[in-house]
Write a protein that binds this ligand. Structure first.
Ligand code: C5P
Length: 305
């Protein structure tokens, strides 16, 4: 059976990221608010004689092209669960989402691969089953399927969609070098141990969720919060300059996205975002500067290019 399918998948930022203590299983209990943003990776899965994986676009050289790539693992896991007789595919990824940027680019590719492969093989895998496979692949993969805005708990994979109104406008600043997610969590543990802190379980950010439901950007701005930010700043001190530059350029608020090093700046409206982006582009603090809006829907099928 030949054929192909393509899924388009958004990046995410965490509007709130509360991190509990390190658990026995090596993960941290999270209370986070995800927001899907209008930066997309397109993932095409084609029936093929032999396995291949090609990557084009943003940061392509840093992405593994073997079976260890999370998109390849996603296809393999789905094939195994669904009992697909010939699961050999060629995967093509067109990237807009920064690699190792804290915007769940790898997770987006896994979510896209799941959706595209399910379509290619005409599987009637229930949404719940797909979400379970997604959670096995990584903490952020289920949200890439869901999109919109959602409260994430446990490792981040347990999702509760939250009400949201209107669009928030962002400037996204890509750093010159990436950060590894485990390294940033490890640094947070190190900083906390150094201070002799007892870490409480993360609290639910109710005020922020209300602000998102109201669609009032001025209510959202002061509530943006990322507990991984001090760890990301500790590993990449230059990010402080980026955050300062964003505030000086007129953003309402700025924060490190997830484990970083990408920084996200919330702006009053689309026009303000373009002005802030232009200002930051001239600063030389970044590899690239983009504008984006969100919440946007999660992974969806689009015509094969
Ligand atoms: O689940 P995922 O593979 O995306 O997580 C990557 C790494 O990030 C984990 O191995 C762990 O070190 C860290 N992590 C964590 N707590 C979470 C999610 C991720 O410590 N809730």
């Amino acid at each position: 059976m030949m054929g192909a399918a393509t899924a388009r998948v958004p990046a995410k930022i965490n509007l709130h990221l509360g991190v509990g203590p390190l658990r026995e299983d090596g993960y941290h209990e999270l209370s986070t608010v995800f927001c899907a943003l209008s930066l997309y990776d397109d993932v095409t899965v084609r029936a093929a004689e032999e396995f291949s994986l090609t990557v084009r676009g943003e940061g392509r050289r840093e992405v593994p092209t073997d079976r260890e790539n999370l998109a390849a693992r996603a296809v393999a896991l789905l094939a195994e669960r669904a009992g697909v007789a010939d699961p050999t595919v060629a995967i093509e990824i067109e990237k807009q989402i920064p690699v190792a940027g804290g915007m769940a680019g790898g997770s987006a590719d896994a979510a896209g691969a799941l959706l595209a492969a399910a379509r290619l093989w005409r599987l009637d895998t229930e949404r719940d089953a797909l979400m379970e496979i997604a959670a096995e692949l990584g903490s952020d993969v289920p949200f890439a399927l869901l999109g919109g805005a959602a409260l994430g708990s446990n490792r981040g994979e347990q999702l509760l969609p939250t009400l949201h109104r209107g669009e928030l406008h962002w400037v996204i600043v890509l750093a010159k070098t990436g950060l590894s997610t485990p390294a940033v969590y490890h640094e947070l543990d190190r900083l906390r141990t150094g201070r002799g802190e007892t870490v409480p379980p993360p609290a639910r950010p109710d005020a922020l969720m209300q602000a998102i439901a109201s669609g009032d950007v001025h209510a959202v701005a002061p509530l943006l919060h990322n507990e991984l930010q001090p760890a990301a700043l500790s590993l990449q001190p230059l990010l402080r300059r980026t955050l300062r530059a964003g505030a000086e350029a007129g953003a309402l608020a700025g924060l490190v996205s997830g484990s970083g090093p990408t920084c996200a700046f919330l702006c009053t409206d689309a026009e303000a975002a373009v002005a802030v982006a232009a200002e930051l582009s001239g600063h030389g603090v970044a590899k690239a500067v983009r504008t984006a809006h969100g919440p946007v829907p999660g992974a969806r099928l689009v015509p094969v290019p």
